[in-house]
Design a protein around this ligand. Structure first.
Ligand SMILES: [Zn+2]
Length: 195
């Protein structure tokens, strides 16, 4: 099916934003689901759902700019993903090798250290998840900053406030965007070229 006018508009916005942010234009997939737009670092692809496509044009612009902002973080996202994968593999490999090479199969010599490993794994997962949440919050703020640099601080703030009425938006993102708008009013900075 050929792309609709809105889909073509989104593709053009992505190409322009990517040029402005000096990043290769990510691929785009239009989906039916209502999960909201998202950037997939693994495939360098932005997913845009029907609900997002139906947004008023000024909102759609900011949402697209935000997602292209994520494309600039691809290396960081892939590095985080690789670290998580390697840490998990290493953590699970250690007990497997230890138990496979253990001569003693007495339940106390296998079960007790095994439970210890499980407890350590759960504790480390919690710490890693908290670390991951902090990292993704920082990436969200960075993508917002890039959207504001492309579209302007005031329109980006208006869009984020409008989006907050539709979906949960963290207070930190709203606070940072308000601060950015305030700073821009005091000291207007030029937008990054592209639009
Ligand atoms: Zn985001």
């Amino acid at each position: 099916m050929p792309p609709s006018a809105t889909e073509r508009h989104v593709l053009a916005l992505i190409a322009t934003d990517a040029a402005a942010l000096h990043v290769a234009p990510p691929r785009v997939r239009f989906v039916e689901s209502c999960g909201g737009p998202c950037y997939e670092a693994l495939f360098n692809r932005i997913e845009i759902d029907r609900e997002t496509l139906a947004l008023p044009e000024p909102l759609l612009r900011i949402v697209v700019a935000h997602e292209v902002g994520h494309a600039t973080q691809r290396a960081t996202m892939l590095f985080d993903f690789a670290c998580t994968l390697m840490a998990t593999t290493a953590f699970l490999t250690i007990p497997c090798i230890a138990f496979a090479t253990a001569a003693d199969i007495d339940i106390w010599h296998v079960g007790v250290p095994g439970l210890g490993f499980m407890a350590a794994f759960i504790a480390c997962s919690k710490i890693w998840r908290a670390h991951g949440a902090k990292r993704s919050a920082a990436l969200e703020l960075d993508a917002d900053a890039k959207a504001a640099a492309i579209c302007g601080a005031a329109p980006a703030l208006a869009a984020l406030e409008a989006m907050a009425t539709r979906a949960p938006i963290s207070a930190a993102r709203l606070h940072a965007m308000r601060a950015r708008d305030e700073a821009h009013r005091r000291n207007p900075a030029p937008r990054v070229s592209g639009r």
